[in-house]
Design a binder for this molecule. Sequence first.
Ligand SMILES: [Fe+2]
Length: 256
Amino acid sequence: MKPLLYRQIVVCGMRSTARRTLPAVCLLLALLGQSLGPASAATLQQATPARPVECGLTRATTEGPYWRAGSPERSNLVETGMVGVRVRVTGYVYNSACQPIPNALLDFWQADYYGNYDNTGYILRGHEYADSSGRFQMETIMAGEYPGRTIHIHVKVQAPGGPILTTQLFFPDVAHNSSDGIFDPSLVVRLEHTPEIKYAYYNFVVGTANSPVPGTCGSAGSGHRSRCRPSRRSGRSSRPRSSPARSRGRRGRPSD
Ligand SMILES: [Fe+2]
């Protein structure tokens, strides 16, 4: 059962069915939200990300050279002895009609605390599926920076049978955001802190099998385009949605 807060936020996010009283209700909810006391780990775990008012498609960004097929299915990338600040990325996957997409696929990969990718194994790589309400949660660490790149987490998101969105998540108040040519403010998570862990919230909006509006950056080895906007042209990626073949990578410092 969805938490009440989530239901309320969803109602506030509806574009076409809102009644006259809805704005007042939403305003009240917003005020109530602002009146909440200091967040604790327990309360934050129950919180849900705000739903986008307008379900514009999430912006695509370059894949970079270090995506690997065949990542393990899991919702926790943290391993014993791993260095780094813990962060729990939570959100929903929606379609362009602001409807949640159950069973959407999310495939994450990122650099470690030192800014290195594991290109021979699957450290800090993993995929999972959104639940029946379109919600996902991935436990990981804050990625390290490396030359030219601010803190970011790569992710591919795909509705069942839909086009693949390849993008990256960024974090607020990072000094190098402004000097990173790939940084996109629309991809910044909402971040909350506790002494134990950071909570990052982000909702993805992707095309579906019925309304395929693919991003233009998605093919393996597509290179280093600094930014790619969703295309209005119909089409789909040829990459299989699940059980992709494992491939051997190379170890080295990534460029994006
Ligand atoms: Fe990267």
